[in-house]
Design a protein around this ligand. Structure first.
Ligand SMILES: [Zn+2]
Length: 228
């Protein structure tokens, strides 16, 4: 569907600029054309490659899938060290400093690539964001209101918030933090199982709960700094 849309956009651009060779080439540098190098007009050998294998120039941003971009399996249960090393390798290949002497097209492309790669890494490296991203890829969005959370869970969260507010010693905060971590790790396990079994409804509930717990954990950590 997305590819079809892109192609029809291209057709519109193509038709609107007439058929003179130079006009088309100039326009090509600024519109996204799947699998054709903007610089040498050759077919790109590898689909979604950052660089043209023919002339070596940096292509326009073409990835839409963060997992493919960072070359990791499309799964919740990610190996974080592979993710990080792939991110670093890619970021060093695409860093704007490397393109300071290149054409404006490549300089712009490298900025776009770098920001996309950063965004992808930020998303995939955090389990909550990764879970939300997989749900989003499946057409499921997490609403900001509390309508999809059961009242028992909300009560529990309110109680925990109160505990944090009332805590006046570091030891109390450490206890709360330890309990929270246990629950958070359990939710990570639950998310692994849900996504492995394609149980997206279950994953959605776990993601929402995780969001609450991580929020409280952040408050606890901040408060702990005062009791160093
Ligand atoms: Zn090329």
């Amino acid at each position: 569907m997305r590819r079809a849309l892109k192609n029809s956009n291209f057709a519109q651009v193509f038709n609107s600029i007439g058929r003179s060779g130079n006009e088309i080439k100039n326009k090509m540098e600024y519109c996204s054309i799947p699998n054709i190098c903007w610089s040498c007009n050759k077919q790109l050998m590898k689909q979604n490659s950052c660089f043209c294998t023919g002339c070596g120039s940096l292509q326009k941003v073409g990835y839409e899938d963060y997992f493919k971009l960072l070359d990791v399996p499309s799964t919740f249960n990610l190996d974080s060290s592979t993710l990080t090393s792939n991110f670093r390798r890619l970021q060093s290949q695409l860093h704007p400093d490397k393109f300071s002497q290149k054409s404006i097209v490549e300089r712009n492309n490298s900025l776009e690539w770098s920001s996309l790669v950063n965004k992808a890494y930020k998303t995939l490296s955090l389990p909550l964001e990764r879970g939300k991203y997989i749900l989003q890829q499946n057409g499921i969005r997490i609403s900001e209101d509390n309508t999809s959370v059961d009242s028992e869970f909300l009560m529990d969260m309110m109680e925990r918030n109160e505990q944090v507010e009332e805590a006046v010693e570091r030891a109390d905060l450490e206890n709360i933090a330890r309990d929270l971590r246990l629950d958070i790790n359990n939710l990570y396990d639950e998310l692994n199982v849900c996504f492995a079994n394609n149980n997206l409804e279950g994953a959605k509930i776990a993601v929402i709960r995780l969001k609450y717990l991580l929020n409280i954990e952040a408050i606890v950590k901040e408060k702990m700094l005062k009791y160093m």
